[in-house]
Ligand binder design. Structure first.
Ligand SMILES: Cc1cc2nc3c(=O)[nH]c(=O)nc-3n(C[C@H](O)[C@H](O)[C@H](O)COP(=O)(O)O)c2cc1C
Length: 193
């Protein structure tokens, strides 16, 4: 199973990327292929503004292929102005079929105590509009600025516990849908023969 982690934090001095890269590392330890799509490293222009730019077109296609390959996704966002990041929303506006009927987990982060709860709830609603399935639970990381070190290692037991619970719930959900789709493909193949 392949999982894409779409990271919507792009500002200099960002903190939320630490959660995304830690999750990527943890998923690999669970023998799951994890691809962090970092919108700072692959920046997308404002949707609709550079439709005829070939460089932008390559970035759009690069991300499209990576999203398409993913069986399940995790969106990681900071909370900005009581919502999820504009960079993430901009990326979501480019794609649709790539998300359809896929399980998507939400991770939000803030320096405050609420861990971006508003961002996460709003993002779950948007996931419904993408025709995808939001994981009911979410990972809220409070105090993100002190939650991880610069090598993306968690700095307290609570974070480790929260992340492990999230990963366990997410993999359960993602694997259940993956098995269902695999069974459907076998049934289609069988009906052809
Ligand atoms: C433009 C902007 C708006 C923000 N709005 C909120 C907010 O509404 N609620 C909150 O808890 N933190 C807010 N923060 C602080 C973030 O929680 C903090 O920057 C945290 O480190 C996550 O964002 P980062 O990945 O960009 O660092 C805001 C930060 C920025 C830069």
């Amino acid at each position: 199973m392949k999982i894409a982690i779409l990271l919507g934090a792009v500002r200099p001095g960002r903190q939320s990327h630490k959660a995304a890269y830690y999750l990527g590392k943890l998923l690999k330890e669970h023998d799951v292929e994890a691809d962090v799509i970092d919108l700072l490293k692959t920046p997308l222009p404002v949707f609709g503004s550079h439709d005829d730019n070939p460089v932008a077109g390559k970035v759009v296609e690069n991300i499209r292929l990576r999203l398409e390959e993913a069986d399940a996704l995790i969106f990681v966002t900071p909370e900005y102005q009581g919502s999820f990041s504009g960079a993430l929303k901009n990326a979501l506006d480019y794609y649709w079929a790539e998300f359809k009927r896929k399980p998507i987990g939400v991770v939000s982060a803030s320096t405050g105590k609420m861990g971006g709860i508003n961002a996460s709830t709003q993002l779950q609603h948007v996931i419904l509009s993408l025709g995808a399935f939001p994981l009911p639970g979410k990972l809220l990381i409070a105090g993100i600025h002190e939650a991880f070190d610069d090598h993306y290692e968690p700095q307290n037991d609570l974070i480790v516990e929260q992340v492990n619970q999230f990963v366990s719930d997410f993999l359960w959900f993602a694997e259940a849908l993956h098995e269902k789709k695999a069974a459907e493909e076998v049934a289609v193949e069988y009906s052809r023969n």
